[in-house]
Design a protein around this ligand. Structure first.
Ligand code: ASP
Ligand code: MG
Length: 419
């Protein structure tokens, strides 16, 4: 086994063929540890389930849908033969049904974390059974017992030393190990999640615990691109980046890697490769200490669905450090990250991802102290190493709500003129 960690996201295991492809990469390359996310769209499907439960709606259709989706994949992987994966699927779905039927907990985040990890448990059980059917010597690990966290549900913080010991004592010399990303467990054996798209971060922690030689994140793109192909034409591949630049990019919202992924790797100088699971001969992007972006490459980061909240003090009192501290405290309590902030003497505007589950209660708690205005359906475009003459072309038909420029970076909060 090579002392490397592989992470496969939801898109890489989206159906039976994709899972077979992942299995062939694993068979060929023999990594020590494989980290998986839930199968594509499953986390959203479980989120819908939790939301229905919270609204006291019936969950049975949604649960059936999730069951059916996974069951089809299992059937096609095992040609309809009886399999352990089916048994595990039934158990996990039954657990969700039972938990929600008896649940009295009202804290949304806690309920969420007792259901959402089912996605990763399902995908890892299915991939695990499939690898075993190919005679891979596989050890399936339970991240709930390995990645111990505090009980800050939906944004749980891993306990590093304990988790490191747990992982190292669960790994053996001769097998490939398979574990779930994104999920963990508390000392009271409640399940936790570490933030959406967090399995990159789990993988980085595991790589650092194992002193791995490399972490490879397998993606449906060729590597880190200078723009998101969902929103921009003809993006270019960036062959190498250093840790600092990679942190900056992910912090500004480049969705290619979770912002927390880099730090545990940088601390141990473990290189991160971002590679395509479709074009496995390509080298992709390497992120390490020395990589550099060509100075002429502009990088475009686009975040749709932004909410701008403008706060004004009721009595025209000054927006000093005390108020800012209080506002940031509210944001932290609501587990929201600030994407852009702009102050004047008597007001402050904050831009966050518009997740109503969090923003509605944030607005409620801020409105007792401030006069609030808000603006929805905004888009945040950040351009690193921008070229002034190209900006005009990017903002056609858009109104600039806020513009912030430094020498290297421009942030534009935009509103469609047609909206
Ligand atoms: N399955 C989780 C999500 O969709 C975690 C991940 O994909 O990294 O957010
Ligand atoms: Mg994902």
């Amino acid at each position: 086994m090579k002392n490397v960690v592989f992470k496969f996201g939801g898109a890489s295991i989206k159906d039976a063929d994709a899972i077979k492809n992942v299995a062939s990469i694993v068979l060929q390359q023999q990594p020590k540890l494989v980290v998986v996310s839930a199968i594509a769209k499953t986390t959203n499907a479980f989120e819908n389930l939790v939301n229905q439960h919270i609204k006291s709606e019936s969950i049975s259709e949604q649960l059936k849908k999730i069951h059916h989706f996974h069951s089809e994949i299992i059937n096609s992987l095992f040609d309809g033969e009886e399999n352990e994966a089916t048994e595990n699927l039934n158990k996990i779905i039954q657990y969700c049904e039972q938990y929600l039927a008896h649940n009295k907990e009202t804290d949304y985040d806690e309920v969420y974390d007792q259901i959402i990890p089912a996605g990763e448990l399902l995908s890892s059980k299915i991939l695990g059974s499939y690898l075993q059917s190919l005679n891979v010597n596989l050890t399936w690990l339970d991240a709930r017992k390995i990645l111990r966290t505090n009980n800050r549900f939906r944004k749980a913080e891993p306990k590093i030393d304990e988790s490191k010991t747990n992982l190292n004592s669960s790994c053996n010399e001769n097998s490939i190990h398979l574990i779930q990303g994104f999920i963990g467990g508390t000392d009271q054996n409640l399940m936790t999640t570490i933030g959406r798209e967090g399995s990159d971060y789990s993988a980085a922690l595991f790589a650092s615990f194992l002193d791995a030689d490399e972490l490879v994140v397998w993606k449906d793109v060729d590597g880190v691109l200078n723009a998101d192909p969902r929103y921009f034409n003809d993006p270019e591949l960036i062959p190498s980046l250093n840790y600092k630049e990679a942190i900056e990019l992910s912090y500004y919202g480049a969705t290619i890697i979770h912002p927390k992924t880099i730090q545990p790797l940088a601390q141990k100088n473990i290189p991160l490769s971002v590679r395509s699971f479709q074009n496995t001969d390509n080298k992709g992007t390497t992120i390490n200490n020395s990589g550099k972006i060509a100075p002429s490459t502009s990088i475009y980061i686009y975040k749709p669905n932004q909410l701008l909240i403008t706060l004004e003090s009721e009595d025209l009192s000054f927006f000093g450090e005390d108020k800012m501290q209080q506002i940031y405290h509210h944001l932290f309590e609501h587990k929201l990250e600030v994407n852009l902030v702009q102050n004047s003497a008597v007001n402050c505007s904050i831009c966050v991802d518009n997740d109503p589950q969090k923003t509605e209660s944030l607005i409620e708690s801020l409105s007792s102290d401030y006069k609030l205005l808000y603006n929805e359906h905004l888009e945040l475009l950040t351009v690193r190493q921008y070229q002034e003459q190209l900006l005009e072309g990017l903002i056609q038909k858009k109104e600039i709500v806020i513009e912030q420029k430094t020498r290297s970076t421009v942030k534009l909060l935009l509103k469609s003129k047609t909206a």
